[in-house]
Design a protein around this ligand. Structure first.
Ligand code: SF4
Length: 270
């Protein structure tokens, strides 16, 4: 047998792997299309705080429906459950600016003064904890998201896409990863593919409309927004300079390039 010949078993597993990637790519691209179209639909009424917030809401609603359909179809063995918070305790939770504005609008309309003040303190603590290092740097420390209250997400209904799609098939791995950043958490990838795709599609549409498409670190951005007080959200729609220190401006382009490469490798034309 020539050295480069593959056994029938290898052929089969390569074909199965290609098919798995194709299914994941389909999920990602469906998310991307929806993120793009729903953002465009919301912004048709003009670019202002309300339309930007409703764009984030529409994309999140789509994601919830898509995640429910995938979960029904594949029944992934997820270990995620209410009050489990390990994944909420690391910095670098990247969200879009419309998602940040949606969270701020929710906080201002549903939190009482004491809760806003406690959130402002937690955001300040978060910023102090990561001071002097990049929010993207992995850490073994527990750095709770300022929105985590008594082990629960205090803005669950408006939580960002990254939190909707993140999942785990091993709570033991989550527990270990909480104290050791080198530990990998196994997940059902297709769920994250949908929310990643929706994030990319929305960002690409924001870019096309001349709006900021960079992702921002949730905890750091909240700290800046809450310290700035009233009027911050209206200003940031026009000018996001205040959030520059919280931005990751390469995440969208890097992920999209990786997806395009995968598509090429499995022979799918985008
Ligand atoms: S927004 Fe909510 S779900 Fe996401 S990291 Fe913060 S506390 Fe956790």
């Amino acid at each position: 047998m020539p050295s480069n010949a593959s056994t029938p078993g290898t052929d089969l597993s390569a074909a199965a792997e290609r098919e798995a990637y194709r299914l994941r790519l389909d999920a990602f691209l469906a998310g991307r299309d929806a993120g793009n179209t729903l953002t465009l639909d919301s912004l048709r009424a003009g670019i202002r705080l309300e339309t930007v917030v409703s764009a984030a809401a529409a994309v999140a609603d789509f994601a919830d429906e898509a995640l429910a359909i995938i979960s029904d179809e594949y029944r992934p063995p997820l270990h995620c459950k209410e009050s489990c918070w390990y994944c909420c305790c690391k910095p670098g939770v990247l969200i879009s600016i419309p998602e940040l504005l949606r969270i701020l609008s929710h906080v201002r309309s549903t939190f009482d003064d004491d809760s806003v003040s406690a959130l402002t303190d937690r955001a300040r603590r978060y910023a102090a904890q990561i001071e002097g290092r990049s929010f993207d740097a992995s850490t073994d420390e527990s750095v709770p998201c300022p929105l985590l209250v008594e082990g629960r997400c205090s803005v669950y209904e408006v939580r960002p896409l990254v939190c909707r799609g993140y999942n785990s098939t091993s709570v033991d791995a989550c527990r270990k990863a909480h104290r050791d950043a080198s530990e990998l958490v196994p997940m059902f990838a297709m769920l994250k593919d949908v929310t990643d795709g929706a994030t990319i599609g929305a960002a690409q549409r924001l870019h096309a409309e001349g709006l900021p498409d960079s992702m921002v670190d949730l905890g750091s951005a909240l700290n800046i927004a809450l310290a700035a007080g009233e009027g911050f959200s209206e200003t940031i729609v026009e000018d996001n300079t205040a959030l520059l220190s919280t931005q990751n401006s390469t995440w969208v382009a890097t992920l999209w390039a990786r997806v395009q490469e995968t598509a090429r490798e499995i022979g799918v034309e985008l």
